[in-house]
Design a protein around this ligand. Sequence first.
Ligand code: FMN
Length: 365
Amino acid sequence: MTDLFSSINLGDLSLSNRLVRSATAERMADENGRPRGALTDLYTGLVAGGVGLIITGHMYIDPSGKCHPEMTGIHTDALIPPLTALANAVHRSGGRVAVQINHGGMQCSPEAVAEAVAPSHIEADFLTQPARAMRADEIKATIEAYANAARRAKLAGFDAVQLHGAHGYLISQFLSPFTNRRNDGWGGDLEGRMRFLREVCGAVREAVGPAFPLFIKLGMFDGVDGGLALEDGVQVVAALEGMGLDGVEVSGGIDATSSRTGIRSPEEEAYFRPLAQAAQTATQLPVMLVGGLRSRAVMEEVLTSGDAQLISLCRPLICEPDLPLRLQAGQARAACISANRCWPREPGEGIACHCDVRVEPLGTY
Ligand SMILES: Cc1cc2nc3c(=O)[nH]c(=O)nc-3n(C[C@H](O)[C@H](O)[C@H](O)COP(=O)(O)O)c2cc1C
């Protein structure tokens, strides 16, 4: 049996246990993307709660890719000092922290960008505004922006970088035939749609050097008609090691379906486990599984089966930042009821659990 609390090395990165805080947009930055003090408190609280690795909420690599107000930025060298302070605070508390870097593309709200861009012109019900097709020079500049963001993450002292390649953000938009209808070498067949990811990985790797841990959160399918199919997602996973990546967190859904609601039984947990199983057939890289992991028994069964090497949690750690210690002390499952009531109700508030009902923590459903 693989114990949730056994250590693991991801390249040069040593983690004391298998529990990862999946990237969670905290909405705790000012209008220039500068993290507020509340974010430091949140991270040191997570370290005190026993999590092995924190992955920050997505940070925007360029103002054109800012997804929503209060998103943290990593788009300018001016943010290196506050980001250094954040990484230092985590390290002083004994924790490990990776930065998730992102460009929102079509998923940037009108409050954050005047005009959203995407691989192709796109209008869809789940978007807050239509997106314009990117020019080739904008694509090249965006690849450079990813590389510069990764360089800043390393300079600021973070332990790793994770590319956001899921949930319908820019990398996922390039992979998807639903949002990428280009015929200029950046689209077309799967290899053409993978070109953007390939070039981002190459530029980022060059910026951080050969040994710095580099991960991706990958959407392995879109879940919309005409979108990325799982068989293509598996091909992307198979290509990741060759792109210089050190690990993959598997997720899916191009719209809001990545955070499924109402998980109440062991059968409803780990809803992306089939993705992890498919990923294991295609890569030797360590796999992190996210999506509805709630009970220690299911988490350990996933690890023991070899379907994943790490367990990633988002909403449960908003509800109970000390969940790792609680599980270790005998609590059977997270109190989170997966209602998705985590978003701030007002600007300045930041994410928090707003559910008045929780699963009885010591119960087994
Ligand atoms: C409030 C909130 C913010 C999120 N922010 C991000 C993010 O910044 N980057 C990301 O990759 N996923 C983000 N997600 C998705 C989660 O990381 C995770 O994939 C999803 O919620 C399923 O995991 P869970 O069942 O443990 O919550 C967010 C989800 C929520 C509820």
